[in-house]
Ligand binder design. Structure first.
Ligand code: NAD
Length: 498
């Protein structure tokens, strides 16, 4: 990993996609204050070879030892939480969330360490064949030797480790490439890995862009990718050509349905939180809202009143609610979706296009009505603090609109009670449906499996026990007791089965 700080630069900060140095822009100032020097593909290949060499010993030490090593890493992360949090703060332009993340990651590591031995034990099968009583079986686990993780910019440290930790517990070596947009946290995190030498032999973070990502995809035995649909599709093609598994976590366009019986103050608070948290830069952000027509106006009034209370997190990073866009390009996309909606007849109740403050791009909580599915804001991933609200006449229409999407990551239903919400939630084509609130997915990380629908993902759940078991190949060991049947008895068996 090589990253060189730049000082006193006033460049505007575009990223290169070749081997050259990559300028990194500060989201609060719009200035380049950091420079990446990505590894060459040959360097990536050498790193991968080193990780592969160390991996068999890592598998051989067993799950309890691996968990003990990872607990030491969690301790090192917490001991260095301030420096990691500071780096993530510069990467993302937000303070409170950035400084919570090291503790969140450490707690997640410990949670996986607690759960992993039980997950392995309950997945181990042994018994006697149901069709041949002289054949018994048992299961062995064989981890993919080297996992590649390619992650996005919206939650730099969290998303770099989400898949890596269960994979390490499974016995894989892991190479992680976070986004070139937010690479400053890599150095401080690499320092904590270096404090645990056994871990440093099998876990490596590299800074780089698409070219580095492609080099990793060409080397590893399995790939976890979190990011956009187009990149996910390109990497899935690479993995298919190499016959290696691709676990893809992609974009979303989460719908929230609010029924006539809902407590509208609660519904507005839930929808606003789901849409605006992290400036809307969350894959499971609430991106479109469908409200029963009979309560539409009252709901919009309440939502707008609550939205107007939210302050920008500027000029004081420690105050306010809504931080800058991490990426100026993202602000352009959100502005484009808003302009498209307004040009097609949408009505703006509060907020508006992005504004530039001291070089950073910010947007106030923005509420829109009069929207429909001809508008980008209701169909494409917006990734900004915008709440477009559409009225519906009956629940069937609400469900049809919620399911009219190319995505299917998650959704939400807020009704008069959980039972009513559940009856509607069961009909929505999405992997996780929050009831009586929005964006609850993060609360069930190790507990429950979920499958993304449509273009939101591929390759099985990253959550629940499968979040770890997907990195293990199952090997069935089959034992014949007694004599080996001769060819005639095989023929008789087959005849008896017909
Ligand atoms: P992106 O696809 O542009 O980039 C993601 C990562 O892929 C980066 O590390 C990037 O360097 C790398 N990359 C880009 N092109 C590549 C290529 N051709 N080959 C190999 N690697 C390549 O996505 P982004 O803009 O960084 O992230 C935002 C997207 O991530 C949004 O769509 C969001 O919904 C999604 N996301 C999904 C989840 C989830 O769990 N489903 C979580 C967070 C973000």
């Amino acid at each position: 990993m090589t990253s060189v700080p730049l000082t006193n630069s006033h460049a505007t900060g575009t990223t290169t996609t070749d081997d050259g140095a990559m300028p990194v822009t500060n989201p609060r100032t719009g200035r380049v204050d950091h420079l990446l020097r990505p590894p060459t593909p040959d360097e990536v290949a050498r790193l991968c070879a080193g990780l592969r060499t160390a991996q068999p010993a890592w598998t051989a030490v067993g799950i309890d030892h691996r968990a003990a090593v990872l607990r030491r890493w969690a301790d090192a992360i917490e001991a260095n939480a301030t420096v990691i949090g500071d780096a993530e703060m510069t990467d993302t332009g937000r303070s409170r969330v950035a400084h919570e993340v090291p503790y969140l990651v450490a707690s997640s590591i410990r949670g996986w360490c607690d759960a992993a031995p039980g997950i392995l034990e309950s997945a181990r099968l042994h018994g006697v064949s149901s069709t041949s009583c002289t054949v018994s079986y048992d299961t062995e686990f064989d981890p993919y030797a080297l996992l590649g993780v390619i992650s996005p910019w919206n939650h730099p440290f969290l998303l770099a480790t989400l898949d890596a930790v269960p994979a390490l517990l499974a016995g894989c070596a892991v190479i992680v490439k976070p986004s070139e947009v937010t690479p400053r946290f890599i150095g401080p995190v690499a320092d904590t890995i270096a404090e645990v030498p056994e871990l440093a032999a099998v876990l490596c973070l590299v800074a780089g862009g698409p070219r580095t990502g492609r080099a990793i995809a060409d080397e590893v035995d399995a790939l976890c990718f979190t990011g956009s649909v187009p990149t996910g599709r390109a990497l899935a093609e690479t993995c298919a050509r190499r016959f290696i598994p691709a676990f893809l976590e992609l974009g979303g366009k989460d719908a929230a349905i609010v029924t006539a019986s809902a407590d509208l103050q609660r519904a507005a608070a839930a929808v606003l939180k789901g849409a605006v948290h992290n400036t809307g830069q969350i894959c499971f952000a609430t991106e479109r809202v469908y409200v029963d027509r009979s309560v539409h106006d009252t709901f919009v009034k309440e939502l707008t009143a609550q939205a107007r209370q939210l302050e920008l997190n500027h000029p004081d990073i420690e105050r306010g609610h809504i931080g800058p866009f991490i990426l100026a390009r993202q602000a352009d996309i959100v502005d484009d979706h808003l302009a498209d909606a307004l040009a097609k007849g949408a009505v703006l109740h509060c907020g508006g296009p992005s504004e530039t403050l001291d070089g950073g791009r910010y947007m106030r909580a923005t509420v829109l009505t009069g929207v429909d599915h001809s508008m980008k804001i209701m169909r494409e991933e917006t990734f900004g603090p915008v709440v477009p609200v559409q009225a519906y006449d009956d629940v069937d229409e609400a469900v049809r609109l919620a399911n009219d999407t190319t995505y299917g990551l998650s959704a939400a239903v807020i009704a008069g009670d959980a039972q009513e919400a559940r009856a509607i939630g069961r009909r929505i084509d999405a992997g996780a449906v929050s009831l009586m609130d929005t964006s609850l997915t993060i609360a069930i990380m190790r507990d429950v499996e979920k499958t993304s629908y449509n273009a939101s993902g591929l390759g099985g759940s990253r959550m629940g026990p499968n979040g770890m078991l997907r990195f293990l190949r199952r090997k069935a060991l089959l034992t014949r007791s007694g004599p080996v049947p001769d060819m005639d008895s095989l023929r008789e068996d087959a005849a008896a089965r017909r």
